[in-house]
Design a protein around this ligand. Structure first.
Ligand code: C2G
Length: 133
């Protein structure tokens, strides 16, 4: 199968969208023809011990208008990845390398890739700079 017929999926909060998020998504799109982004809901983020500054609906609107993103779905639980991979016939599951090894169990269903994070930028650092919790 030629690279450009592959479906790629990734998951994240993408709060206070920054260049680290953008560069990851652009590199993910180079791995296939369709890029699906699962955006963590505000409720799921509570389970993840995270509180996003930008509400879910707005994060979805932002991601949905990023050129290299073809489809946005919600991430509501840790368990949904296998059913998403089957439902969307995913060829590549990919995350930033801060998740390295955490999703290797998905290799049973598709290729699993971890990409280098963009150094020097993170939502956490932005929050600290802005004195936001
Ligand atoms: N990222 C990056 N470079 C940065 C910051 C983030 O490449 N400087 C990547 C992360 O590695 C991740 C994606 O951007 O793959 C989204 O990051 P977060 O919104 O922090 O994702 P997180 O809340 O960790 O959610 O089920 C998985 C979770 O939903 C991941």
């Amino acid at each position: 199968m030629k690279t450009n017929e592959r479906t790629v999926i990734t998951y994240g909060t993408f709060d206070m969208f920054h260049v680290g998020h953008l560069r990851l998504l652009r590199r993910l799109k180079m791995l296939g023809s369709e890029l699906i982004v699962a955006v963590s809901t505000d409720e799921f983020n509570v389970l993840k011990g995270k509180k996003s500054v930008i509400p879910y609906e707005q994060r979805v609107e932002i991601l949905g208008n990023i050129k290299c993103v073809d489809k946005v779905i919600s991430e509501d639980s840790w368990e949904q990845k296998v059913s998403d991979i089957k439902k969307y016939e995913v060829d590549v599951f990919a995350m930033g390398h801060d998740w390295k090894g955490k999703f290797d169990f998905l290799q049973e269903y598709c290729e699993v890739v971890y990409l280098e994070r963009t150094p020097g930028i993170s939502t956490r650092d932005l929050k600290v700079k802005l004195k936001l919790k």
